[in-house]
Write a new protein. Structure first.
Lengths: 258, 258
DNA sequence: CGCATACTTGAAATAGTTCAAAAGACGTGG
DNA sequence: CCACGTCTTTTGAACTATTTCAAGTATGCG
C-alpha cells in the first residue's frame, strides 16, 4: 500500500457511484437520456484512502479524476516552498479535481480528513464524453465554474468577516451542500475533521477556532464533535455568517431529497 | 448613456481584439488553424465604459461575455444584502466573465477602475463554437480553471499572509500577467486603481494599505502612483510575497513578447 | 499502561482596525 | 484663472481581534 491506496475494483457497484455523480450534475445541468446513460457507463476504479494521507500530490502526473464516494476530502493549495492551506472541502458526490481534466499541471493536493472512499475516473473517458456530447462538456465546465464561485465566496469571507462569521458561514454552507445530496442528519451534519484542519481551512489558528466553537456551544448555536456538527440554531448560524445560498447555483430545485 | 455604455460599433478593429483574445487562449491551449479562424470570426461589439461604474450588475440577465480591451476591471462578489468585495482584477486580453456562458445566474459585478474599453461577445456565438470545436470547448473550460486557480491562490494569501506579503504578491502577480501580454513598462506596470479599491481587493483597510505602500516606497521596493506601480526590486517583491508563478499555468513559453 | 495526538484554557504580545482630521489632487463652473 | 467641492492620500492615536507562547487535560491506540 505504498501509495496509500487500496485499489480494490468493485465493478458491480460502479453504477451506484456514477448515479451519485449523475445526480450531482443534474443539480445544475439538464441532460438528455443518451447523455445520462453515457455518464453511467463511465469506467470507475474504487479506492479506499487512508486518513491524513495525500492521495493526489503536487507535481505527480494524474490521468484520472477523483469522485468522492464516502468521507471528507480537503483540497490543499500549495506553493513550491511547501507552504500549504486548505482551499476547499469535498463531500460525497463531488468530483474533487474535475479541473485536472483540462489543467496542464496539478497545483493542489487532495487529502482525506477521515478514512474515505473515492472512485477514479480516467481523464480520457471524461474527455471522450465531452467530445461526443456538448451538453456534457457544458455540465463539466459549469461545475468547475460553480467551484470557482464557491472559492470567490470564500475569498470574500476571508477578507471581510471575523472568526465567528467565518465559522458560521462554513457550517451553513456545508449544511446546504449536505442537504443537496440528501445527507442531512437529524440534528446536524457529518463533518469528520479535526479542529486543526478546520482552522486551516478557515484561516484561523486552532486556538482561536476553539474559542469560537466554545462560544457556539455555550450559546447553543452549534456543537462540533469529532465527527459532526450538531446544529441547534440554523437560522442564527446563517445570519451570523451572512450566508446566502445563491452562489451554489443549484437549479430551481427538483424537490428536496426525501 | 443610461447604461454607462457608449456602444459604438467599430467592426474594422474587431479582428485586432479577437487576435488579442486568441493570443490569450494560446497562452494555455493549442489550437488548429480552423479553430483559430473561428475565434477570429466571432462577432464583437465594442463599448467604452465609465470609471467607477458597474457595467455588469448582479441579477441583470446577460447574453454576452466581456473581453477587456483596454483599462482595468474589477470583479466584485456580492451578497444579496449588498455587501461586496473585489475577488479578481482583469487586464486587457482577459475575458472577465467567460463563466457567464455556462452559469445560470450572474453572481458578481464588473466595474471599471479606470475608463476602459470592452468588447461584448454574444454567449450564443461562444456556445456555438464550443459545440463545433471540442478543442475550443477545452480552451474555454481551461481558462475558467486557471481563473479558479488564481482565486485559490488568492484565498491562500488572504488566509495566511500578512499585509505586506499580500501587497507584494498581488504586485508580483500583476507584473507576471502584464508580462504575458507584453505590456511591461520600462520600470513597472500599469495599475490604474485607487488605494481604496486596492485595499478592498487585498482585504485590508485603505489606511493600513497606505502604510504598507509607504514602507515599500521608503525601502525602494515599489512605488504606487495613481496609474501604475513602479517596481524597483522585483525579486525582493516576489520573495516578500512568496510568489510562485506556477498557478498561472502558462504553457512552456512561446518566448517572451519582445 | 504509556505515548501520541487532539482539545482546552490562560496571559502576553501584535497586526490591523477604527476614529479623527489634515493635506494634496482634480475637475467644474463662475 | 481662481475658488470651491469632492475625492484620494497621508498621518496620528486609541482600541481590539487574533496570534503566540505555554501548559494542562482528555482521548484513543498499540
Amino acid at each position: 500500500m505504498k501509495h496509500g491506496f487500496d485499489p480494490t475494483i468493485m465493478p458491480d457497484t460502479s453504477q451506484d457511484l456514477l448515479a451519485l455523480y449523475l445526480k450531482r450534475l443534474e443539480l445544475r445541468s439538464t441532460l438528455g437520456s443518451e447523455e445520462r446513460s453515457a455518464i453511467l457507463s463511465l469506467p470507475a476504479e474504487i479506492c479506499r484512502v487512508d486518513v491524513a494521507h495525500d492521495f493526489v500530490r503536487i507535481g505527480q502526473p494524474v490521468d484520472h479524476a477523483c469522485l468522492i464516494v464516502e468521507g471528507l476530502v480537503a483540497r490543499f493549495a500549495q506553493l513550491r516552498n511547501g507552504q500549504r492551506g486548505i482551499v476547499a472541502l469535498h463531500i460525497p458526490g463531488d468530483m474533487a479535481d474535475l479541473h485536472s481534466v483540462v489543467a496542464k499541471e496539478v497545483s493542489w493536493a487532495l487529502h482525506a480528513t477521515t478514512p474515505s472512499t473515492i472512485a477514479r475516473i480516467p481523464h480520457e473517458a471524461l474527455r471522450e464524453l465531452t467530445r461526443q456530447y456538448p451538453a456534457i462538456a457544458f455540465a463539466f465546465w459549469r461545475d468547475c465554474v460553480v467551484d470557482a464561485s464557491v472559492l470567490a465566496q470564500w475569498a470574500l469571507n476571508l477578507s471581510r468577516k471575523d472568526a465567528a462569521a467565518r465559522v458560521a458561514h462554513l457550517f451553513s454552507e456545508m449544511r446546504h451542500r449536505y442537504a443537496a445530496i440528501g445527507a442531512l442528519e437529524a440534528n446536524g451534519i457529518p463533518f469528520p475533521i479535526t479542529q486543526t484542519n478546520l482552522a486551516d481551512a478557515l484561516g484561523l489558528t486552532s486556538i482561536h477556532l476553539n474559542r469560537v466553537l466554545k462560544r457556539f456551544r455555550e450559546e447553543a448555536i452549534a456543537v462540533k464533535t469529532p465527527d459532526k456538527v450538531e446544529i441547534y440554531n440554523a437560522p442564527r448560524l446563517a445570519a451570523l455568517g451572512e450566508f446566502d445560498d445563491a452562489y451554489l447555483q443549484c437549479l430551481p430545485d427538483p424537490q428536496p431529497a426525501s
